[in-house]
Ligand binder design. Structure first.
Ligand code: ADP
Ligand code: TRP
Length: 339
């Protein structure tokens, strides 16, 4: 039901500890927008199954590990400031209607169309044994987005194609069965669309190049020191646009306006700062940013029952909303007797 506010939907997979790329690319936007939007935020445990139960022994997790990771991610969400009184926070599997809707979407989607999806193509190129879940991942994600009626979906750049697939799917369903789903818009903030990792590529849980969102000071320092740079000496002018260390400084600069950031930029341009010093300043900044989040997380983690209760309540609410929309969908496609 529309409350007057626009609807925001987003999720993160519980497949490892969140990193500062997840935070700046997507999670922060959820916190920043929770007053203005009617937010459905979930832990994408069904999507996680595509990798943790993939049949690949190197990736396999036990069920206990997945449920622990789900609880951990819920604690993370709360620790960064998501307010369960404002947002519906739940785990995706508490709305099994998304799997039902994904099946209906499967039946209006062609194989060649889904074969163009990046994640599937990537899996093929790497000659991984691709499970059907990986192939169908964008359709389940379309269901996640369309079922709660998302107007806006905050994500990082790597998810752009998935939102486009959700839009195509909405358009196709509406064309065949009549106006049913809202067209979602991606919200990809340009300045944080691709946060670089400690090897210079996109930071990702699957590349082992992350700076954990709740990492200890030592872990932060160790990770930052690994970031590759060129071999310019202290006094040589440096190109800040090409430096991955500098790109990370930018995240902590108030959109590039902080005085110490502008000073650092000037030192890059003129010469007079070495990469070691730049990295030490960065590690210090990241640690100072993380410290209160880590403290908040520890507090919340000391009462897992409270978090499970919150998730259960969020799950019930999301389930009820999902069921209402699914009733409309089932009618439209002919799965009930009262069309
Ligand atoms: P990962 O690639 O580490 O497994 P996820 O797929 O769980 O991350 O992503 C969760 C959210 O964080 C998504 O919206 C994704 O686009 C965003 N995200 C992930 N990595 C980055 C990054 N390096 N920069 C910006 N956003 C990112
Ligand atoms: N695919 C997203 C990721 O890897 C997670 C996700 C699943 C999601 N369903 C979603 C994100 C719906 C936004 C909206 O991060």
């Amino acid at each position: 039901m529309r409350t007057g506010k626009k609807i925001l939907v987003s999720g993160v997979k519980p497949t490892g500890r969140p990193h500062i790329g997840n935070y700046f690319g997507a999670m922060k936007q959820m916190v920043d927008m929770q007053d203005e939007y009617d937010c459905s935020i979930f832990i994408a445990d069904l999507h996680a199954l595509t990798s943790v139960a993939s049949g690949n022994p190197a990736e396999n997790w036990s069920g206990t590990e997945l449920s622990q990771a789900t609880l951990d991610l819920a604690i993370d969400y709360l620790a960064i400031g998501l307010d369960p009184k404002k947002v519906t926070l739940y785990k995706q599997s508490d709305t099994p209607q998304v799997a039902e809707l994904a099946w209906i979407f499967n039946c209006i989607t062609t194989m060649p169309y889904l074969s163009r999806a990046h994640a599937f193509k990537d899996s093929q190129v790497k000659e991984k044994e691709t499970n059907v879940g990986v192939f169908d991942y964008p359709i389940l994600m379309s269901a996640d987005i369309l079922l709660p009626g998302a107007d806006i979906v905050p994500v990082g750049m790597d998810q752009k194609q998935h939102i486009e697939i959700a839009r195509d799917t909405a358009e196709k369903f509406n064309r065949i069965f009549g106006e049913t789903f809202t067209m979602p818009e991606p919200l990809i903030r340009k300045d944080v669309a691709v946060v670089p990792g400690t090897d210079g590529q996109k930071m990702s849980k699957s590349y082992n190049n992350t700076i954990g969102l709740f990492a200890s000071d030592e872990e932060v320092l160790k990770a930052v020191m690994k970031i590759p740079t060129d071999s310019k000496g202290v006094d040589e002018p440096k190109n800040s646009d090409e430096c991955k260390v500098f790109a990370l400084h930018k995240l902590f600069s108030n959109n590039g306006t902080d005085a110490d950031f502008l000073d650092l930029k000037a030192r890059y341009e003129k010469g007079g700062i070495g990469y070691k010093e730049s990295k030490e300043i960065l590690a210090h900044k990241i640690s100072a940013f993380i410290a209160p989040l880590r403290a908040e997380r520890e507090k919340i983690a000391s009462d897992p029952e409270y978090v499970i209760d919150l998730l259960t309540a969020g799950g019930k609410k999301a389930h009820m909303k999902a069921e209402k929309k699914m009733e409309e969908v089932r009618k439209k496609v002919g799965l009930t007797f009262n069309q």
